[in-house]
Design a protein around this ligand. Structure first.
Ligand code: BGC
Length: 446
């Protein structure tokens, strides 16, 4: 009997995603490295150290990604390597990135490049950081250099990763390396400057490569009032959901600030989003009234929770955020999606159920063009150090040994076959068979 299958379009991109500081190792010249050395900042005093040793040997993991059958990878560049001192560019670092990008092309892996993913050169933090209105000029200069060296190899760009997460964790939660001017005022100013950075990067890239696609990697979460909440709590959750998920994107469309207490236009910002990249992980319940934080870290009974209380596994939310992104009328990529799960007890079904939501969206003719799983290999998870393992490949960071997880094997089968099917479900997550493929029995499926 034929197996039942959810088949993806031939040109769908099957990818993985990483960020420079999390994988390269020895990024000694940025604010994260300094933060790690201070001690007490990172869970279990973790340090990025050699990370996944990508600066020496990204190629070995790219081989693994190619074997898995992926044809896309999202990576970021480390500004502090490329411009270690203001206006002093390191040609060797640019050459190394060129090699890495060439290595991707050689393996038929299409790069998507992020210019800023949570880390800053130390000199930038000394010159005022994202609270300074000089930063867009610096960002423009950095982007211009990068585009001149690497632009011919990069079809897709993301200027800034997850601005909302970044300012939230940095200025308000202060679990990321924080500049002295924190608080709500600092966060809003940083978002304004980051919008300006996005605009200058967009135009710098497009001026050199009009055909390049420049978009976002925007964290979108389902933010809800707890079941049974008051009308006011639901209104509040609705507003917060818009602020978190849409205000930044709305600004890229019409060029205006949509942040509380910020009005006005940003020069050249309107129309600077060629695609919507969604980073989706989870659903949160919103605190009401919002005293001592905006979101709760407790879930309803029965919720499936990933390692370290990171969040709820909530695949339906991926469909919801895709629907939310439709209003922008642009191609959609899932630029990150994954789960911390060292034992790999959740990831096989996580992958199947989240990809099912994408397949459903595509079947409704929604323009979802690709999926980048976070992440290829366990890496340095910021303030949570090495305590959370998101990799399709497990890493022992001491010995640098790697082990393909079962979920990695599954993702490989999916990428090779460009589908999820009842046979995979029966083998990797039998409890899902009746959910994903009703009527298929393990015997007929396999
Ligand atoms: C970030 C990644 C991070 C991942 C998992 C995203 O918010 O872009 O850098 O590792 O979430 O927490």
């Amino acid at each position: 009997m034929a197996k039942a299958a959810m088949i993806f379009p031939d040109d769908f991109l099957w990818g993985t995603a990483t960020a420079a500081h999390q994988v390269e190792g020895n990024n000694q010249n940025n604010d994260w490295w300094r933060w790690e050395q201070e001690g007490g900042r990172i869970l279990q005093n973790g340090r990025s150290g050699l990370a996944c040793n990508w600066w020496q040997n990204a190629e070995a993991d790219l081989d693994r990604a190619a074997e898995m059958g992926t044809n896309a990878h999202r990576l970021s560049l480390e500004w502090s390597r490329i411009e270690p001192e203001p206006a002093h560019f390191n040609e060797a670092a640019l050459a190394r990135y060129r090699d890495i990008l060439l290595a991707m092309h050689a393996r038929q892996i299409e790069p998507m490049v992020t210019l800023h993913h949570f880390s800053n050169p130390l000199w930038l933090t000394e010159k005022g950081d994202f609270n300074s209105d000089i930063v867009p000029d610096y960002f423009q200069r950095y982007t211009a250099k990068v585009v001149a060296y690497l632009g011919d190899l990069v079809p897709k760009w993301v200027p800034i990763n997850e601005p909302m997460v970044y300012v939230f964790l940095r200025y308000l939660d202060k679990v990321f390396p924080a500049p002295s001017r924190g608080g709500m005022g600092g966060a809003m100013e940083a978002l304004r400057q980051m919008l300006r950075c996005h605009a200058v990067a967009y135009h710098t890239i497009k001026a050199a490569y009009p055909g390049a696609q420049v978009g976002v990697a925007h964290n979108m979460a389902v933010l809800e009032a707890r079941p049974g909440s008051s009308w006011a709590a639901r209104r509040w959750a609705h507003w917060l959901g818009w602020l978190y998920n849409e205000s930044w994107l709305d600004s890229l469309v019409d060029g205006r600030f949509h942040l509380p207490l910020s009005r006005g236009k940003v020069h050249n910002l309107a129309g600077t989003m060629d695609f919507v990249g969604i980073n989706y992980y989870t659903r949160f319940y919103v605190k009401f009234p919002p005293v001592g934080g905006a979101i709760e870290h407790t879930w309803e009974p029965g919720a499936i929770i990933s390692d370290g209380n990171y969040g709820e596994v909530y695949p339906a939310g991926l469909f919801q955020v895709i629907k939310r992104a439709l209003k922008y009328n642009k191609p959609i990529y899932i630029t990150e999606n994954g789960v911390p799960d060292a034992a790999d007890r959740l990831r096989p079904s996580f992958i199947l159920t989240h990809l099912r939501e994408i397949w459903r969206a595509i079947s409704f003719n929604f323009p979802v063009m690709g999926y980048y799983h976070w992440t290829l290999v366990d890496n340095f998870e910021w303030d949570r150090g090495w305590t959370q393992r998101f990799g399709l490949i497990a890493l022992d960071e001491q010995t640098q040994e790697r082990q393909l997880r079962r979920s990695g094997q599954l993702y490989g089968e999916i990428c090779h076959q460009r589908q999820i099917n009842s046979e995979m479900a029966a083998r990797y997550a039998p409890e899902l068979l009746p959910v994903l493929f009703p009527g298929e029995s393990p015997a007929t499926a396999v």
